[in-house]
Every structure is written in C-alpha cells, then in structure tokens.
Ligand binder design. Structure first.
Ligand SMILES: O=C(O)CCC(=O)C(=O)O
Ligand SMILES: [Fe+2]
Length: 301
C-alpha cells in the first residue's frame, strides 16, 4: 500500500489496493486508520461493482439506505446513483444532485455524526462535476478566537424533512415527497457546532447551512456565524478539488470535512454517473437507534 497526500493538512491517495476483492483484516485496519487520520481517502483505478462497494461500506460500519429510494440499486440498496443519466423511457436513472452543490455535511439530519460517504465514479463528464472538500479541524484552528467563543456553546437544529422539502421545492422532478412515516422516523435533531472528533481528539466544526434554529441566538445571527466560519474553512488554499476519473473512489469522514458538488459544464449532454454509499462508522453515544427501522422504511421500493 502506497500513499500520497492530497493536501498538506488532510486527504490521502492510497494506491496498491484492489477494492474489488475482499481485503484482509490487517489491510483493512490500516485503511481505516488512514481514513480517520486523514479525513478523506482516494483510491484510483478501481473496478468496483455495486456488490464490492456495498461490502466495503459494511466493512466500515452500518450503511444507511439512501432516502431517495427510487435511486437505490435493486440488488444492492446500500448503493445509490447520483448524476444526470436517464432510463430509456426518459425517467431519471440517478439523483440529480443540485442539493449537493454548495458546502454541506452529509447526515446532519440524524444524531449519529460519525459517518462516511463513499462516492465512486462510473461515468464522468469532460468538464466540471468536480467534488470539493475541506477540513473542519483546520477550520476550527483558523477561525478567530472571538468566533471560537461564539461557536463554543452553539447548537443547531437540523431536520431531514425541512432539508428534503427545500430540495423538493428547488427540483420537483428528481424527488418524491416524504410520507408521514418517513418524516416521523427521522425527527429533527440538535448538534453542537464545536465537537471533539472521537478518534483524532481534534476539535472540528460540525456545520450545515440550513438549520431550522439555533439554541442560543436567532437564526440570522447563527447563520452569520456559520458563514464566517465557512469563509475561513473554504479559503482557496484549504480546498481540495477532486477532478474525477472513472474508477475513482473517494471516501470522506463527515465528522471532519465539509464537501460540495459542482455543476458540470454541459449537464444535459455530458453524462455523469456516480455510485454513492453512506455508512455510520464509530460507535457513539448518539447512535441512531432506529436505524434498522429507518432502513426498512427506505428499502421499500
Ligand atoms: O456529486 C458530488 O460531487 C457530491 C455529491 C454529494 O454531496 C454527496 O455525494 O454527498
Ligand atoms: Fe453530500
């Protein structure tokens, strides 16, 4: 296994690993350590079937089934599609991820924050469609002390339905509205903004940008503070821009990085197809206790 830093402060390319066949325990332990210590891992030149991707997600933890269930692969629902490709009848074959443009953290609508996103490139456009990442530990170190003080006791209330409803409004074609059962299975949840990462022990900024409310200040003041922190986090020198090649797998720790999708140059004509998985990694005091129930709901086609 060889490694190459993606950025001075985070991210690592790992080569010499074939993820299409089972990985022995020692190699996996090494990969898992690298994932936590570097917050994002890139594996290039992979030939990853949905079955291999699903088993990798299971190796990292407990997969959560994507809530936009029409885009989950039938035989491997731990894997869902993102992109602009269509079925022969003109129906979307992948989630058109307009909601992924703009900096965000995956999974803030659940209490369990230790979560990995797996994004594997099947088809990539000629231009654009890059994925951006930045480290929220570096962000915490770089924000002014006054902002550290403001954020230290701040909590945000995140809601899956509020998020989904916003996306639905922006992009009615590629979503299905949530049922009452789905809404109830994922009630709104409070998150501290400043958290200690359980593996690295580093302080991180756990942020998302459409919370419903803050515990101690108005929505506008809280959002202003988060935007100030985001501006520091996403300064050019701290952003890793991933230009995709087919066969790339990028795995990131949502407890330690923010990410953003970007539009492709010719979204309509230039195909992009990604296979995406999501898994809870670390055991935590705040496990999503009804994960099986949530998965059961979203497994129904
Ligand atoms: O498609 C991308 O580049 C990123 C999409 C995204 O936000 C995600 O997969 O969580
Ligand atoms: Fe995302």
């Amino acid at each position: 296994m060889q490694t190459r830093p993606l950025m001075p402060n985070f991210g690592l390319e790992v080569s010499g690993v074939d993820l299409s066949s089972p990985i022995d325990d020692d190699s996996f332990a090494e990969i898992r350590d690298l994932y936590f210590s570097h917050s994002a891992l890139l594996f290039r030149g992979q030939d990853l079937s949905p079955a291999s991707q699903a088993s990798l997600a299971h190796r990292f933890g407990r997969p959560k089934i994507e809530t936009r269930k029409q885009f989950n692969l039938k035989d491997h629902p731990e894997v869902s599609t993102i992109g602009n490709v269509k079925h022969p009848d003109g129906e979307d074959a992948a989630f058109f991820v307009r909601g992924g443009f703009g900096w965000h953290t995956d999974g803030t609508s659940a209490c369990h924050v230790d979560a990995a996103t797996f994004l594997y490139a099947v088809e990539v456009p000629k231009l654009g469609g890059d994925t951006l990442l930045c480290s929220t530990a570096t962000a915490y170190e770089n924000i002014p002390d006054a902002l550290k003080d403001q954020l230290c006791d701040l909590e945000m209330l995140c809601s899956f339905h509020a998020h989904n409803d916003l996306l639905l409004e922006a992009d009615p074609d590629s979503h299905i509205p949530l049922t009452e059962q789905e809404r109830q299975a994922l009630p709104p949840v409070w998150h501290k903004i400043v958290q200690v990462h359980p593996v690295t022990g580093r302080k991180v900024l756990y942020m998302n940008f459409h919370p419903m409310e803050f515990n101690s200040v108005s929505l506008s003041v809280g959002e202003e503070w988060l935007q100030e922190a985001l501006a520091v986090a996403t300064q050019e020198q701290y952003v890793y821009t991933h230009e995709w090649q087919p066969g790339d797998l990028l795995i990131w720790d949502n407890h330690a990085v923010l990410h953003s999708g970007t539009p492709t140059a010719c979204y309509e004509s230039d195909r992009r197809l990604m296979h995406r998985s999501f898994a809870y990694t670390q055991p935590t005091e705040r496990t999503l206790e009804n994960l099986d129930e949530v998965n059961e709901i979203f497994l129904k086609a």
